[in-house]
Ligand binder design. Structure first.
Ligand SMILES: [Cu+2]
Length: 152
């Protein structure tokens, strides 16, 4: 009895899972930045950062390589829309401004090989359209800018 129900229910369950996955992808407005050396530097950082937006929350998922080992540093969206000219990358891009700069808590942390993989969330009024085209900047442990990628 039980096994016959289970056999009949399984295809339905599989269909429901597929539908859920597809709708989640459709809802998740995601921007991606391919990270390279910050303009004017010979930094070795590479990798990518995926940024998604949902209900005022901005989720940043990073996978970076070529960082100093066992270290941490900043990872922020900046005002500028270029990674070709260091003078135009600007400072942190954030709103609202009332609670201060939430990017101060945005950080990567690396393993013994200099790889960094992780994620963090910031509360922000800025969504997909606001952030599209902006520079994602990676800072070294000393705060110096080492990596940059445009959110596309
Ligand atoms: Cu920054």
């Amino acid at each position: 009895m039980f096994s016959s129900i289970a056999k009949k229910s399984l295809p339905l369950l599989a269909t429901a899972l597929v539908v859920a996955t597809v709708s989640a992808q459709a809802n998740a407005a995601e921007l991606k930045a391919k990270i390279g050396a910050y303009p004017g530097t010979k930094a070795t950082v590479t990798g990518k950062v995926d940024v998604s937006f949902k209900h005022g929350q901005t989720l940043l998922k990073y996978h970076l390589m070529g960082l100093p080992p066992v270290a941490n540093g900043g990872l922020h969206i900046h005002v500028g829309k270029t990674c070709d000219d260091a003078s135009k990358v600007g400072g942190h891009y954030f709103s609202p401004t009332t609670a201060g700069d939430y990017w101060k808590s945005g950080e990567w942390s690396s393993d013994t090989k200099g790889d960094a993989k992780g994620s963090f969330t910031v509360l922000s009024d800025l969504g997909y359209k606001d952030n599209k085209g902006h520079a994602l900047v990676i800072h070294g442990p000393d705060g110096a800018r080492i990596g940059c990628g445009i959110l596309k």
